[in-house]
Design a protein around this ligand. Sequence first.
Ligand code: 13P
Length: 247
Amino acid sequence: MRTPIIAGNWKMHKTLPEAIEACRRLEEMVEDAKAEVVVCAPFTALSALKALGLNKIKLGAQNMHFAREGAFTGEVSPLMLRDVGMDYVIIGHSERREIFGETDEMVNSKTLAALDHGIDPIVCVGESLDQRKAGETEPLVKGQIQTAFDGIGAAEAVKVVVAYEPIWAIGTGETATAEQAQEVNAMIRATLAEIYDHETAEAIRIQYGGSVKPANITELMDKEDIDGALVGGASLKPEDFAAIVKY
Ligand code: 13P
């Protein structure tokens, strides 16, 4: 059985006091939730949030470089994230791909680096509206998965969380229907079964992300291949995020 995983991606939001307050309130509200709960906060808040000693909430970063150290001004390394006790790191979010030019190959290097450092990657994939309209969703997402998992053995692959986030549903209020999300998530699992085997593919958790709200989480989680959510806007309010976690 796959344990559901609900992760909040705060993106570039929250000062340090705001981050601490939000995590304290969220911890009280989700203590008894069945799902695994992750908050992916800005770099500047990570060590202070770790120092809170939260029990239920696990912590993640939103990006990292693939090198251990080096002359990469402004970047943060996997070693540094391990240093501050991160459980997870989001890799290849569509905003990183679109705004900062991250390629499938960089996503693969970062995924390998995270696993090497004992940090579980949340690897994002997904198509734009134009790509969906052109019928390119399946080959595109399949290619993103194949490259992301290149060189990763089955024992490590099961630690990876995949997040299917159609770009047209991010921050737009337009959610993919539960059927649309299920269809792509099932295709991702079939691709993982081709790369590895049925058992490995069944063990890998696949989230959906894109305008997830308390009102639509239940319908999404009812689907066989949707094992959790990656939540942007609605994760900023502890009450809304707690309602999603306790769908
Ligand atoms: P929204 O939930 O705000 O649509 O963002 C989704 C997302 O990008 C999570 O990574």
